[in-house]
Ligand binder design. Sequence first.
Ligand code: PHE
Length: 518
Amino acid sequence: MHLARTGAFLRALRVSSLSEVDPKKTAATSSLIEIEQDEHSQSSTDGTSNWSETKPGKSILGRHYPSDQTTNVTDTILELVGRKLYDTPNHPIAITRKLIESVFPPPVYKNHIATYPVVSTKDNFDVLGFPEDHPGRSRTDTYYVDSKTVLRTHTSAHQHSAFQHIADHEENGYTICADVYRRDSIDRSHFPVFHQMEGARTWQLPPKNHYKETRLQQQQRRAQMIRGSIDAMPKHGLEIIDEAGPYNDHTNPIQIQHDPDDSQLVVEHLKRSLEQLVQKVFTAAQEARPDQKQEQLKVRWIEAYFPFTSPSFELEVFWQGEWLELLGSGVVQQSILNHAGLNDRIGWAWGIGIERLAMLLFNVPDIRLFWSQDERFLKQFQDGKITRFESFSKFPPCYKDISFWVRPSPASASPIGAESSSGVAVAAGGDSKKASPAETQPAAFHENDIMEIVRDVAGTLVEDVRLVDEFVHPQNGKKSLCYRINYRSNERTLTNEEVNELHQKVTDKMMQLPIEIR
Ligand code: PHE
């Protein structure tokens, strides 16, 4: 820590332990981890400056950030910052968080909560190995506070700090829970703010060059350490389909720095630990619906890709007749561990979207409900229990269409209707097929820009926005798109006038986009 050197009070994040989420204690003293921010964001986050009076910008949990041309975070999004659903008594997000933590308890794991959502692009992308042109970095996908600062898109933004914490403390692993932010489509399973949990486990391996031992003995001693932790895990009764294996030389390689035996054992431990998680969580969910026939729980491992792990895996679970993508995971890139001072360690990490899981467990049909302050929602849940949500009523939808021409530009081809990332569950880093970065194509229309306008105007009063028609004019080559905006509240019936007013505002705001309303 170089507080004295910089002379400023700097925090890139506040990862506080669970016992320290008391809002009265959000000052630096409550932080378990304080790390220096990158050069750029230092000036803007110095609490002693009076930017707020002199420069336009954004205030986020008491700190002011001057805006620049990269800024795209909206006030509607900022209103949702600091709600701490993960720490709200009897809230399904908090109940799910605690259930996951119970599978990864102290003293092996330290359970962190990262309360402050603003991070540097360095922490969110660079240190994790995201290439410069990764779509996750684009302004169409990520909320920029300024050109070097974002609302974190995943909990992995805190990996480096949490690994540093391990270097200085007794624990060998961690979980981190945090609210994360992504610009994305609007439907019943996507909301621009959601919650993630991440976990990691490391082993300090005995050095290889112990002079009295043969190579084989060394190998066995190293293997025993991880094997020992695998054997110590309780057995589970899941059916497992492993399509990925421990690695694949071509598509999912072991890192060159790693001894293949060590890596394979780490993968085995990773898989068994996460199967443990599924077993615990889904058994609890099955118990909550005793009327249903108890199906054999089934999981499937498939190969994945993340810039910060290799080999990497996705875990899917078979639930109510469908395969659902649940989480991303893998063997941590050694450079990340080394960078945090853990050179002699090897380890795994995983990340999971809490909402997706909570929607299944509690039978919540619409992600917006988690933000509801309506007693009819909140009263239905109880700490430590998984209960089935009963819809209190279904209020009528009211949809409106909006049609427009987009400029014929080569850039607009891919982003429109591009397959959205899985958003709720995994994805930052995983989905490189997504639309290309907007920075390189400033005039291109991107579907997420409509989503953002609708969000900004209608907030939680919109259920989904879908592309319903698309065609190219045969003469002038212009493309026409029609989106259907479905206005519906979970709490009351919207009036016609109200919806017309909202829709007019959306239409007016759409004029800012590189489109022509029809
Ligand atoms: N951060 C990843 C995501 O948001 C999930 C992940 C975490 C994957 C840790 C691997 C290891 O998609």
